[in-house]
Design a protein around this ligand. Structure first.
Ligand code: 5AD
Length: 360
């Protein structure tokens, strides 16, 4: 038995590890320890969420971006991407199609594209909610003013995804020349305060990222207590300044997914498309290491290739219905069950229950 066994057992029993313990674990973990870790994470996920994997329909509605993140294929400085922007009518048509395929959560994701004003979003959210009152709408549109976040919440947005990307201030500011570390965190805190179910998260294997940085990522998540946690490997894109760098590995990413499950057990954790890009079974492996969400793409096929945040992204030739059934088969292949419901986080459900008891 390795000497990490006690640490892993402690993480499972207490959902807590000190920063030094996380670093020790990341530095010394062996192949055998990893399997033990994944099993603990899986048990934790099963205890909390059972056998279900929640599906979200992902609509990548614009690849136009005002930011210039060093790693990202749709950064403003990349002149080689053909840019696109779906009209609100087209986005609604994607929702109609997604709804018919059974999705009850739509994730609207884009670059930071200010063409979509607060007014446009408010009208769009209102229309989606009037057509489909029972769906949950998740926005993933980056940094805006708190007042805008507030209006969008009032207009019907339920959730907001915005990864913190890395908890190291120094690394964050090197990678994001057009953004501020403190502002990112302020946005996440504000979104939480407004009542959104919030998703944060980070990339694994960024150039210069240390184990201490990754320990910090987990500690930050523990503090923020987000409803959702997105973790994916960094994958270099040749048309960016980091094109020649090494990317993150599948093993390191899975270890971080499993640790996130142990330390923030109530969270919803997607098996990310980036993991599926690194390895044909990457997403299934993540499901077996504690993840419990999948986000099949329902973006129209004719623009999919252009939403290339990293190279060799999978599913770019597929149609929404292909992804729907491919994903379901993958979930079944590892013994889980696809759930098409809203799939709210346990934290959100328990808060709502407390509030309604309080009101009665
Ligand atoms: N490799 C992996 N993930 C990336 N993202 C952006 N560019 C890359 C890349 N090159 C991730 C960021 C962002 C999310 C939508 O995609 O973490 O928040």
């Amino acid at each position: 038995m390795s000497n990490l066994h006690n640490l892993l057992e402690k993480a499972y029993q207490t959902n807590n590890l000190a920063r030094e313990e996380i670093i020790d674990l990341l530095e010394n973990i062996t192949h055998t320890d990893r399997e033990v870790l994944y099993n603990y994470a899986l048990k934790t996920k099963q205890d909390k969420y059972g056998n279900k994997v929640y599906l979200r329909g992902l609509i990548e509605f614009s690849n136009i971006c005002r930011q210039d993140c060093l790693y990202c294929g749709i950064r403003a400085s990349n002149a080689k991407v053909e840019r696109y922007r779906l009209t609100p009518e087209k986005i609604l048509a994607c929702c109609d199609e997604g709804y018919k395929l059974g999705y009850r959560t739509f994730v609207l994701q884009s670059g930071e594209d200010l063409w979509y004003t607060e007014e446009i979003f408010v009208a769009l959210l209102g229309e989606i909610k009037s057509r489909y009152p029972e769906v949950a709408i998740t926005l993933s549109i980056g940094e805006r003013r708190v007042e805008t976040y507030q209006s969008l919440f009032a207009a019907g947005a339920d959730r907001f995804l915005m990864r913190h990307e890395t908890a190291s201030k120094e690394l964050y500011e090197t990678l994001h020349p057009t953004m501020l570390f403190d502002n990112r965190r302020a946005c996440l805190t504000a979104l939480k305060g407004l009542g959104y179910q919030v998703g944060a998260g980070f990339m694994v294997g960024l150039p210069g990222q240390t184990f201490a940085d990754l320990a910090e990522d987990l500690q930050y998540l523990k503090e923020l207590r987000p409803d959702m946690i997105g973790i994916g490997p960094f994958i270099p894109h040749s048309e960016t300044p980091l094109g020649a760098e090494k990317g993150g590995t599948i093993e390191d990413t899975l270890v971080m997914v499993a640790l996130a499950r142990l330390l923030i057990p109530d969270s919803l954790i997607p098996a990310t498309t980036a993991l599926g890009t690194l390895h044909p079974q990457g997403r299934e492996m993540a499901l077996k290491a504690g993840a419990n969400v999948l986000m099949p793409i329902i973006t129209p096929t004719f623009v999919r290739k252009q939403y290339e945040l990293y190279q060799n992204k999978i599913c770019v030739e597929d149609r929404p219905e292909d992804c729907r059934y491919c994903i379901e088969r993958r979930i079944q292949s590892v013994g889980f069950e696809a759930d098409m419901g809203r799939g709210d986080s346990l934290q959100f459900i328990s808060q709502r229950t407390t509030e309604s008891f309080g009101a009665s």
